[in-house]
Design a protein around this ligand. Structure first.
Ligand SMILES: [Zn+2]
Length: 432
């Protein structure tokens, strides 16, 4: 189906700009964007007067496998630090995952994401007792909703070398099989350098080099990760990653909470991406770095929190605002928009722009602004007015997948009812 969207009010976050235009969509691509476009015979014409249009958002670091953890019983005694949070919560959860719970985690995570206006998920998956084929289950859940994904498996030494190798093979298989996929691509996943020996990191770096697909890894999320490198390898974490081939273009480094400004600059220079996850960092109380340390290659992720990128940007802004290093208003929206640049590198198409030849991944917002919206104040509306409940329609690849806040092809209530049963089973298995 071809569409002509009339009277669209298009918002660009970086640099902030408003444009009134008509948008023609043919075969999943923006075929034209301009003034007073005339309908063609094949066009379905949709009048978007009064609505706001933005490119679909990207969640640049997340863990769909945690989607069924919401509300599960807390461990007792409560974890006292980051390592205990991993051991007592996330590593118990990922070990309990099976085929059904992996698929439902991805499906419900993707359903929530699209209703928030997020159209691409950069996922970091772990399920140590169901490694082989796990990325296909995540892909199936995301594909069912109609979103795009950049997927990987968190390779780690924590379950021994046999399981490490399963992780490496799963990453390589997925990268190869999806090398030309329009909606999915693979990258090489690694948990964090403190759960990987040099031999493992070298193998990960070699795969990333072979397929030019980067490495998706947690970096310096907690001080423990940085100290491991110094104490056990006598080098700083970024130098260790660089020496073993992980510091490279397209690599995605999540967090960076405990590296210094010089190390941030080194990552930036390499072309790797740093992904800031403000809500997760605050929740785990791992620390904070000034936002002006993040370079041009920096994006926003939710690290397993629901993919509400409006919320993530706001939390990031407010955390920054109360810090001693407050940065300019525009930094968070710019980092959010950078996620679209990140995925553009993987797909080889220009996401995040509403111009001729861009992919038609769009969100339509119903925002009845109480004050004028002009170029100079868009970001104020974005941070203090607009929110994800205003996402009315969502299109990916030229298809409407949310219309009037409802999923077009999925019975959301039936999925959530089933997911609740799967979650209850998963929690029971965790506690065995
Ligand atoms: Zn993470």
């Amino acid at each position: 189906m071809d569409f002509l969207l009339k009277n669209a009010r298009i918002i660009h976050l970086d640099p902030p700009k408003i444009e009134e235009a008509d948008i023609r969509i043919i075969d999943g691509t923006i075929a034209d964007c301009g003034q007073s476009l005339r309908p063609k015979k094949s066009d379905e014409v949709i009048d978007l007067s009064g609505k706001i249009i933005l490119p679909g958002f990207v969640n640049s670091h997340t863990h769909l496998y945690s989607a069924l953890s919401r509300g599960m019983p807390s461990p007792k005694p409560a974890p006292r630090n980051f390592i205990e949070i991993l051991q007592e919560v996330w590593w118990k959860l990922d070990e309990a995952l099976d085929e059904e719970s992996i698929y439902y985690s991805a499906l419900v995570g993707a359903i929530e994401a699209v209703k928030f206006g997020t159209t691409t998920l950069v996922d970091h998956h772990a399920s140590p007792n169901h490694v082989r084929g796990s990325l296909d289950l995540i892909k199936a859940g995301i594909a069912k909703v109609g979103l795009r994904g950049i997927l990987c498996y968190e390779t780690t030494d924590r379950g021994g070398m046999k399981k490490r190798d399963l992780g490496l093979v799963e990453n390589e298989r997925f990268v190869i099989e999806n090398a030309n996929n329009a909606r999915f691509r693979g990258t090489i996943g690694a948990h964090a350098s403190f759960t990987l020996c040099n031999d493992s990191l070298r193998k990960i770096g070699e795969l990333a080099s072979m397929y030019d697909c980067g490495v998706h890894i947690h970096v310096a999320e907690d001080r423990a990760d940085v100290m491991d490198s110094i104490e056990n390898y006598n080098t700083d974490i970024i130098s260790r990653l660089a020496a073993l081939g992980l510091l490279r273009k397209k690599s995605i480094f999540a967090h960076g909470v405990h590296i210094n400004q010089k190390q941030f600059a080194r990552v930036e220079k390499s072309g790797a991406w740093m992904v800031h996850n403000p809500r997760s960092n605050m929740n785990n109380a791992v620390g904070y770095v000034p936002l002006n340390w993040y370079g041009e290659h920096s994006a926003l992720g939710t690290d397993g929190f629901p993919a509400d990128m409006f919320d993530e940007a706001k939390f990031g802004y407010f955390r920054n605002a109360e810090s001693d290093h407050r940065v300019e208003f525009s930094r968070l929206p710019a980092m959010l928009q950078n996620g679209q640049k990140l995925i553009s590198q993987f797909f080889g198409r220009s996401f995040g722009t509403i111009v001729k030849n861009s992919p038609a991944d769009l969100i339509v917002l119903d925002y009845n602004a109480p004050t004028p919206i002009i170029h100079q104040n868009i970001l104020s509306h974005f941070l203090f007015g607009i929110n994800s409940t205003m996402v009315q329609h969502v299109m990916t690849d030229g298809h409407w997948i949310v219309w009037n806040h409802q999923l077009v092809e999925i019975d959301e209530y039936a999925v959530m009812e089933k997911a609740q049963k799967v979650a209850a089973k998963l929690w029971k298995k965790m506690n065995k």
